[in-house]
Design a protein around this ligand. Structure first.
Ligand SMILES: Cc1cc2nc3c(=O)[nH]c(=O)nc-3n(C[C@H](O)[C@H](O)[C@H](O)COP(=O)(O)O)c2cc1C
Length: 248
């Protein structure tokens, strides 16, 4: 893609009047708020209620001052309570609105579409088996997708040799399901989605810092390798951003 075309993607298309009706305006049913999963067939992990008791650094100004991209982590694990807090801070659901067409979360999202799924590559969290999980924000649970003790190597390779990614206790990987936002915003959904995902990662930075942990945004990754790791089709769902998190 040329730089010129990329620049166009970043611009607002709201003032253009040549848009066809969106699927929402045509009255088409709204897309599901989280990716479906075969109920009854998958192992589910119940997460504890988000607990402010895990926060060791509550002062907001201090958090802002201390926040930085952290690429070195200790071998310490996260507790399930700490992971629960990080998931709530980034994509937890505070409220389902309307007749179930949108959600409100700790981060803003254009039209409250929240067009992302959170996958976790877990090395060290409580008693969880190392492997790939997906967050179910509507019920605040995890689905266990696949065990793997090869994550450090796989993640280093899929992140262009950035070895620290695979060494974290846990890696947050955000995929995008573009139709969830296109249903409302058509071809001007994409600019908003890039902005939305930045809010999520910023909350992860601040929430991790509050726990005495650290993270680093990762934009330099191998698209095909990361999509393959999560078994995503790369068209209707694809990885957009990720961030390893660990104790520091
Ligand atoms: C969109 C985006 C992509 C980034 N990608 C990477 C990355 O692939 N690898 C990395 O080590 N840091 C990455 N970073 C972190 C930046 O290098 C970091 O934010 C910057 O150097 C400023 O440092 P600070 O976050 O400590 O203030 C990324 C940050 C952003 C916002």
């Amino acid at each position: 893609m040329s730089a010129e075309k990329n620049r166009e993607l970043m611009k607002s298309l709201f003032a253009q009047s040549d848009h066809e009706k969106s699927d929402q305006q045509k009255g088409l049913p709204y897309p599901s708020l989280q990716k479906e999963f075969p109920e009854g067939e998958m192992e589910l992990v119940d997460l504890p209620e988000p607990d402010p008791g895990v926060v060791v650094k509550p002062e907001f100004y201090q958090l802002l001052k201390d926040r930085e991209s952290r690429r070195q982590y200790t071998a310490e694990s996260f507790s399930l309570a700490e992971l629960s807090f990080l998931l709530y801070a980034t994509q937890g659901v505070k409220e389902v609105v309307g007749k179930g067409y949108a959600t409100r979360r700790p981060v803003p999202s254009a039209g409250a579409r929240h067009p992302f799924e959170t996958y976790l590559a877990i090395n060290r969290v409580g008693d969880l088996i190392p492997g790939i999980y997906r967050y179910l924000p509507l019920s605040h649970q995890l689905t266990f997708l696949e065990a793997s003790d090869q994550l450090p190597g796989l993640l280093a390779k899929a992140n262009l040799g950035q070895r620290f990614v695979g060494q974290a206790a846990c890696v947050f990987i955000w995929s995008c399901i573009p139709y969830r936002a296109e249903w409302r915003y058509q071809d001007h959904a994409h600019k908003n989605m890039l902005i939305d995902v930045g809010h999520i990662c910023q909350n992860l930075y601040l929430a991790a810092e509050a726990l005495g942990a650290g993270t680093c945004a990762i934009g330099a990754y191998d698209q095909g390798a990361m999509d393959t790791l999560l078994e995503l089709d790369g068209v209707d769902e694809y990885v957009v951003y990720l961030a390893p998190v660990g104790k520091i």
